[in-house]
Design a protein around this ligand. Structure first.
Ligand code: ACO
Length: 374
């Protein structure tokens, strides 16, 4: 049986987590439209929805919030690793290796799959903020258990209790990014989980896939593109030259959406509320110009903004440095990855496709130039 390259349109698993309607531009988590969840219920409620199947009651939400808060501290061995490596390794590698160390600790190994998912999700912001502060010669901060998941992340990065509007925007971002079907990283997580490896190892694998610029690595390039364009007047010429060189416009296009990504719509609205007007106008001009140029180049398919385009503005506005953009995506996606790992393990079958062999056959070693051992 042959399947298309990139497995486009191929169904490889069943899920009750997320439904994406690429034609209508709709994204649903366990029955709820994501645009109705983002900024309305806290991210911890999304974690409950994805892990346990329903939105929490007030008591359930309070319990999950305090479980997450009490799991934020890092074991000394991870802090020591960050102290050694923060200045020489990039943030995503620090995150991956810290998660890998966490997964190898004796105390972690005994945890149930849900407890491991919860502890991993709770600790990701601490790893990111600790690594960032060490990289920028600032003393790391202890997590604050009186703050929510997202507010504590901002606090640990900046040392100040964040503004309410920033918490609301970043919380909505975390919800919008929490899950997205079988994107490359989630597929990788499910493949790893199908070998019955541990949650931490499956998430490390997912982060490797997220890193690439065709997936979660895009927002920093969006940010750099906006900096390079500089002002609205330059947008059309810059984009025209960029496309003429055969380069892709970052933050545009999606394998599944054939219309605007619904997450992009919400992020654009949030960006308008919190980003400096000059930057927002630059981004919306770039969006309009790029869309028009891409329509001309590809009249056969709509190439619109994806989740990464306005993410870069929202993340910048709430105080996340560009080097943490992809890491922050990883932190938000941790509940989606772990929910998929739980789902995969509940009805597992080892993933083992085949490759069509197109190489040579019947070569003889004694006719090759290699020296024999004897
Ligand atoms: N800029 C310019 N051209 C594009 C873009 C873009 N952003 N996206 C697609 N195209 C063009 C391709 O060049 C290709 O043209 P061709 O047929 O003449 O060669 C055509 O559209 C189809 O491209 P594919 O790569 O087949 O489209 P696919 O659906 O597989 O790509 C992808 C999806 C990888 C996201 C692509 O749109 C892209 O590279 N975007 C830029 C990177 C980006 O923003 N990544 C973040 C994605 S969101 C996420 O992962 C969280």
């Amino acid at each position: 049986m042959q399947v298309p390259r990139g497995l486009e349109g191929v169904i490889v698993a069943s899920t009750e987590l997320t439904k994406i309607d690429g034609q209508a531009g709709r994204l649903v988590y366990r029955g709820y439209d994501v645009t109705e969840l983002a900024g309305i219920v806290p991210y911890e409620a999304i974690a409950h929805l994805l892990w346990f199947g329903q939105l929490p009651t007030k008591e359930q939400l309070g319990k999950l919030q305090s479980q997450l808060a009490s799991n934020r501290r890092l074991p000394p061995v991870v802090t020591e690793f960050l102290e050694q490596a923060a200045r020489v390794a990039e943030p995503l590698s620090l995150l991956q290796t810290s998660i890998s160390i966490l997964g190898g600790l004796e105390e972690t190994k005994a945890a149930s799959i849900i407890d491991a998912s919860l502890a991993l999700t709770a600790r990701m912001p601490t790893i990111l903020a600790t690594g960032y502060r060490l990289r920028s010669s600032q003393a790391p901060l202890e997590p604050r258990s009186d703050l929510g998941h997202v507010a504590n992340y901002l606090y640990m990065l900046t040392g100040s209790v964040p503004k309410q509007e920033h918490v609301r925007a970043l919380d909505a971002y975390f919800t919008l990014l929490a899950d997205h079907g079988l994107g490359a990283s989630t597929f990788v997580a499910r493949i790893a989980a199908s070998t019955l490896t541990d949650v931490y190892s499956a998430v490390v694998a997912a982060i490797s896939a997220l890193k690439g610029p065709l997936h979660g690595g895009a927002p920093i390039f969006v940010w750099e593109m906006l900096q390079a364009i500089g002002n609205r007047e330059n947008a059309r010429d810059w984009l025209t030259d960029h496309l003429a060189k055969g380069d892709r416009i970052m933050g545009f296009g999606h394998r599944i959406y054939r219309t605007e990504d619904p997450r992009s719509r919400v992020l654009k609205r949030l960006a308008k509320e919190i980003v400096e007007p000059r930057l927002f106008e630059l981004a919306s001009t770039v969006e309009a110009e790029a869309r028009e140029l891409l329509r001309k180049e590809h009249p056969e398919r709509a190439i619109d903004t994806n989740v990464e385009f306005y993410s870069s503005l929202v993340l910048h506005a709430v105080g996340i440095p560009p080097e943490l953009f992809t890491c922050t995506f990883a932190s938000a996606r941790s509940v989606g990855w772990t929910a998929h790992i739980i789902e995969q393990r509940a009805d597992n079958r080892l993933f083992r496709p085949e490759a069509e062999y197109k190489g040579k056959l019947d070569l003889k070693v004694h006719e090759s130039p290699v020296k024999t051992v004897a």
